[in-house]
Unconditional design. Structure first.
Length: 234
């Protein structure tokens, strides 16, 4: 297995947090993992330079080499990739993504590819979206969801959509699990497995200000504690 694609049930479920955590966890385990964000919408500026915010978060745990390209297509508006690319007159080229992916894999054991938004997001048009890219990369996926009301519906729909596209789902990671969950939240992991036939391989706790604190070792250790890396490597 050369890589894993991290997708989500929607935007803002914590894909970047999970990608960062997995990078840290694998590297701690002596697996040479590298994070990669092919398409980033919602660029930020710093010192007059455009930056990919997700890549900046990866830097909390991973220091890229000068020649490593951790992002291929960067757009200013936080729109769906196909619209952002059209407005910028810079279409997304899957061959460029595949080439950058292969270059990363040449020097690393495992490439952790983070998708943009949810699984059904179009990248070029209605014919070429995230599932098409995953098929081109020929790697399995992990679905990130949240421990909130509505997660059963969103997770089941995402898993069944992935299965309809013949994608290989390694497992589901529930992000933002509260310290004192309600009875409904407690039941979600088991029900998700029953509804999808996919194992829940990680339950990641809710941590206040996690994006600003993710570089702290204590926080990282707490975040990765409930993730079963063995399931990902099978």
């Amino acid at each position: 297995m050369s890589g894993i694609f991290i997708t989500g049930t929607s935007s803002n479920v914590g894909k970047t947090i999970i990608t960062t955590c997995l990078t840290y966890a694998f590297r701690k385990r002596k697996v040479d993992a590298v994070p990669y964000k092919p398409v980033q919408c919602g660029a930020i500026t710093e010192g007059g330079k455009w930056l990919a915010p997700d890549v900046e978060l990866y830097r909390k745990v991973y220091n890229p080499k000068d020649d490593e390209q951790l992002n291929s297509f960067l757009y200013e508006p936080r729109f769906s990739p196909h619209i952002a690319a059209q407005l910028a007159n810079r279409p997304i080229d899957p061959q460029v993504i595949k080439r950058n992916y292969d270059e990363l894999h040449k020097v690393h054991e495992l490439v952790l590819v983070e998708g943009a938004g949810g699984l059904a997001v179009p990248l070029i048009d209605e014919h070429y979206g995230t599932p098409s890219l995953i098929k081109d990369l020929n790697i399995p996926i992990v679905i990130v969801t949240q421990a909130t009301v509505g997660t059963l519906n969103a997770t089941a729909l995402t898993a069944h959509y992935a299965q309809s596209k013949d994608l290989d789902i390694k497992g589901i990671i529930i992000n933002g699990y509260p310290d004192n969950p309600t009875e409904g939240v407690k039941n979600n992991p088991r029900m998700i497995e029953k509804m999808t036939g996919v194992p829940v391989i990680g339950i990641v706790p809710q941590i206040k200000n996690v994006e600003t604190r993710i570089g702290e070792k204590e926080v990282l250790e707490k975040l990765i504690e409930g993730i079963d890396l063995d399931k990902l490597l099978e």
